[in-house]
Design a protein around this ligand. Structure first.
Ligand SMILES: [Zn+2]
Length: 260
């Protein structure tokens, strides 16, 4: 299922919090608990308040914590979200007293941590534990540190290839053990599964950019999650394959399937 990217990239306002899916039951949505919203000023901000040049609210930095609860009564999981907030300019508004149009100043909240972490996509049950553990570690730091989140995705696909029997080490003639690069392992895997190998290669390129060139953005990490979700579905859920099989059977019958 495509990831609702806005939920995981945009800031939110206090009266319009994103409808994040409950990480426990995966049915309910997380709703802010009444009086569960706290904010605190940064020390830097207090110093800036005495500085003439920095009195503009747009330079202010604050921190917040927010308590959320799952809307599903049977579950009722409690989640804590914390992060930073500040003011930013919104749409232009007419100010009669001032006589003209001015940008509205709105409070924007940026989550950095959720405890427990959100499941940004659903990991299928059949996924090898060593791969799913890395994906969960990635979810834990996604908001605060996208590049590190991408690094865990890279480890997840290394572990996925190991589970598929693609060797991580080779023994050289000298008897020395040598690590096989992720690139070479994917090339080797392509011999038997070209479709998924291409998706894994794309994830690898995204991860490479994160570890060598520049910081990855949340959008880049969401790209790698989308690719990984399809790989896991192809390998462990096989939904598309099952649907293709269903179409084949219906076409053969030229009508509905007979079910007892
Ligand atoms: Zn729940």
């Amino acid at each position: 299922m495509p990831i609702d990217r806005a939920q995981y990239t945009r800031h939110f306002s206090k009266d319009q919090v994103a409808a994040w899916l409950c990480p426990r039951c995966k049915h309910g949505y997380l709703k802010p608990i009444r009086d569960g919203f706290l904010t605190v000023e940064s020390a830097e901000n207090k110093l800036a308040a005495t500085d003439e040049d920095r009195r503009d609210p747009i330079f202010e930095e604050h921190r917040f914590s927010m308590l959320l609860q799952c809307s599903n009564d049977i579950c009722g999981e409690g989640v804590v979200c914390s992060g930073a907030w500040g003011y930013e300019y919104g749409e232009m508004k007419e100010e009669e007293e001032e006589g003209g149009y001015f940008p509205a100043v709105i409070a924007a909240f940026i989550p950095e941590y959720f405890v427990p972490a959100l499941d940004i996509f659903q990991i299928p049950q059949g996924c090898p534990p060593r791969a799913s553990d890395e994906i969960r570690l990635s979810f834990r730091i996604y908001f605060a540190d996208p590049s590190s989140a991408a690094n865990h995705v890279r480890k997840a696909i290394e572990n996925l290839l190991t589970a598929k029997g693609i060797k991580r080490f080779v023994t050289e003639k000298s008897g020395k053990r040598k690590i096989v690069s992720l690139h070479d392992r994917i090339v080797q895997y392509r011999i038997r599964d070209a479709e998924n190998a291409d998706l894994l290669m794309a994830i690898k390129w995204l991860g490479n950019a994160g570890s060598h060139d520049a910081e990855l953005t949340k959008e880049d990490v969401l790209d790698s999650y989308e690719l990984l979700e399809v790989v896991l579905d192809n390998l462990y859920v096989k939904h598309a394959k099952k649907v293709r099989q269903l179409a084949k059977s219906v076409n053969k019958r030229k009508g509905p399937m007979r079910r007892l």
